[in-house]
Design a protein around this ligand. Structure first.
Ligand code: AP5
Length: 219
């Protein structure tokens, strides 16, 4: 069982690489962003509560996201988890450590995905996703083979996120630098941290992540 955190700012490629790991290694992606968007589109009370915060690019409370992750981990049955967009605060990181240890599990790696801010803006403003299967595309770097049709599932329900605009992105970046980037030092101190150059191509980043998970690269 392998558990890994993909840590990086909005647009670093966490979701893209999490989907690759699911396909290639049979691991399970736990994306708190996807879970919150699902709650929002279901119209649940919690979804209504988080909607405005997400649109503005702020962080949802620790209590809500820790609850979502706890529920998934307690269901069990996975070959390993890819934490995508969680943890995002020191409180969430402490809670994840406690949850894993209660379940007799541990973290195998925390991979810091390094990019520069200019690339993030290009990536976020060109992103679209399949509303049916969640496949992630980009207008320039990874368009669908047939315009308007998902390569993976054939759906024509291709959408853009409501928080993928310049104002919300600026706020998301600010939240990242203030609240999430301290986790790099936190996991370094624990001895769990590794880095990949997330400016490389999707395939090259995937190779770098695999090398870390297979213990082929010094962390
Ligand atoms: P979330 O959904 O987690 O968004 P995010 O962290 O801002 O990350 P993104 O999904 O935007 O980017 P990504 O790194 O996954 O990049 P992707 O692979 O898509 O969170 C959304 C919101 O939910 C938050 O703002 C917050 O409100 C709330 N939330 C979620 N979790 C929370 C938590 N734990 N606590 C509190 N609140 C929480 O790639 C981006 C684009 O780049 C794509 O178009 C892709 O095709 C392209 N791309 C990817 N890799 C490459 C590459 N190597 N080369 C070229 N292009 C690439």
């Amino acid at each position: 069982m392998t558990n890994v955190i993909l840590l990086g700012p909005p647009g670093a490629g966490k979701g893209t690489q999490a989907k690759r790991l699911e396909a290639e290694r049979g691991m399970t992606q736990l994306s708190t962003g996807d879970m919150l968007r699902e709650a929002r589109s279901s119209g649940s009370e919690m979804g209504k509560l988080v909607s405005a915060v997400m649109d503005a690019g702020g962080l949802v409370t620790d209590e809500i996201v820790i609850g979502l992750i706890r529920e998934k981990l307690e269901q069990g049955g996975a070959k390993g988890y890819i934490f995508d967009g969680f943890p995002r605060t020191l409180g969430q990181a402490d809670a994840l450590g406690e949850l894993l240890s209660q379940l007799g599990q541990k973290l195998d790696a925390v991979i810091s995905m390094q990019v520069d801010d200019a690339a993030l803006v290009r990536r976020i403003t060109g992103r679209f996703t399949c509303g049916n299967c969640g496949a992630v595309y980009h207008d320039e770097t990874s368009p669908t083979k047939v315009p308007g049709v998902c390569d993976t599932c054939g759906s024509t329900n291709l959408t853009r996120r409501s928080d993928d605009n310049e104002d919300a992105l600026r706020h998301r970046l600010m939240e990242y630098y203030k609240k999430t980037s301290p986790l790099i030092g936190y996991y370094y101190a624990k001895g769990d941290l590794a880095h990949v150059d997330a400016l490389a191509s999707v395939d090259e980043v995937a190779i770098g992540i695999s090398a870390i998970l297979d213990g082929e690269q010094a962390t």
